[in-house]
Ligand binder design. Structure first.
Ligand code: NDP
Ligand SMILES: O=CC(=O)O
Length: 342
């Protein structure tokens, strides 16, 4: 990479890395990779992070991620379709540019955290999109959850400019984003992965490098397919327990102590019992991820009947106006159904 000596930040010494696993990516390519457990211990001095970082998309996830970069002393330039969401970050010291193209032109590495495939393509490849500001020596890191064809398309467009591309969708929601505890599922240009690693370590607790473009997107969709089905199943259990006269709060407690315990159930269960769904992961995005995961399964003829059924439930929830509630609001779709059956 032409600008590497200026643009590659040294890995801050306070980030301690511990290899935790090594396993194959797929049956076709038995490429092993390391993942790291990363424990940022303090904020990073400005002079250790000389790169200019762009951040496009300041929603529930993008805002705290960009904020963590700024707080760590990075030189951050932001853009968001709704400009007002840039203001709190500008107050913290971020610069502002009025298009993704201008951000990319003025930065070394540009991150993008957009809603879905359509917006990710628009921001990367559309009019005044980031690709217009890309050139050799720069890098584009898309951390949105999209499908493999979308990431492949964006990769081609970015790489046609001579720049590098990394997909890096995240596992972890609003709170992990605020706490710098995300899990990055990366794939694409290895040298950009290495360049971006110190920044990923500011925003996250671990990172996986999965090889070719598409593997990060696919991994994220599989994880979220499981998550969406788990939440649908949990919802059924809560409602069934109540219908047979049990206390659903006690069900949450019982589950938390056994083999099917999950932080997700413990975190979301108490508010679901009260019919409260403060948005961390919008339901519309969970349905999008199930839809994309089902497309992925279709592409390899893998039966996924549980996920298909869960997807239908999220679609019902969307049609009932719950798109912008937390995805745990999927339980409401079952409540309505049961009432109609009476
Ligand atoms: N929330 C969560 O818990 C997690 C979310 N994700 C994934 O991260 C991504 C972002 O999620 P989240 O931050 O929650 O979503 P939000 O809905 O809060 O933010 C979406 C962002 O995309 C922008 N956007 C949407 N459409 C367009 C468009 N056509 N052109 C330009 N910008 C657009 C929005 O801009 P504007 O402000 O103008 O609307 C906003 O910045 C999604 O892919 C999601 O699946 C991954 C892990 C966890
Ligand atoms: O994509 C959502 C998450 O919680 O991870």
């Amino acid at each position: 990479m032409a600008m590497c000596s200026r643009f590659c930040p040294p890995v801050p010494t306070q980030f301690r890395r511990r290899p935790i696993s090594c396993f194959p990516i797929s049956s076709q390519s038995l490429v092993s990779f390391k993942c790291f457990s990363v424990q940022p211990s303090s904020s990073t001095p400005k002079d250790e992070l000389p790169a200019r970082i762009g951040f496009l998309g300041l929603g529930i996830m993008g805002s705290p991620m960009a904020q963590n970069l700024i707080k760590a002393g990075c030189d951050v330039t932001v853009w968001n379709r709704t400009k007002s969401k840039c203001d709190p970050l500008i107050s913290l010291g971020a610069k502002y540019k009025s298009s993704p193209e201008e951000v990319a032109a003025s930065c070394d590495v540009t991150f993008a955290m957009l809603a879905d495939p359509e917006s990710a393509i628009e921001v990367a490849c559309g009019n005044h999109g980031a690709a217009g500001g890309m050139s050799p020596g720069k890098g584009y890191v898309d951390v949105s959850t999209v499908d493999v064809p979308t990431s492949t398309l964006i990769s081609s467009r970015i790489k046609s400019t001579g720049a590098l591309y990394l997909e890096a969708p995240v596992s972890g929601s609003k709170k992990p984003a605020e706490d710098g505890q995300l899990i990055f599922l990366t794939a694409g240009d290895k040298s950009l992965y290495e360049t971006a690693a110190p920044f990923l370590d500011i925003m996250g607790k671990s990172r996986f490098y999965l090889g070719d473009v598409g593997n990060g997107a696919a991994m994220k969709l599989v994880v979220n397919m499981i998550m969406g089905s788990m939440m649908a199943s949990f919802s059924e259990g809560l409602l069934l327990s109540e219908k047979v006269g049990l206390d659903p709060s006690i069900l949450v407690e019982v589950i938390s102590q056994g083999a099917i315990s999950s932080p997700m159930y413990s975190m979301k269960g108490p508010s679901m019992v009260q019919s409260l769904y403060p948005t961390a992961f919008p339901l519309k995005h969970q349905q999008k991820d199930l839809r994309l995961a089902l497309g992925l399964a279709e592409s390899v003829s893998q039966p996924t009947p549980i996920a298909a059924a869960a997807n239908e439930l999220y679609k019902v929830a969307k049609s009932r106006g719950l798109s912008n509630q937390d995805f745990s609001a999927v339980i409401e779709a079952l409540k309505v159904k049961l009432e109609q059956e009476k």
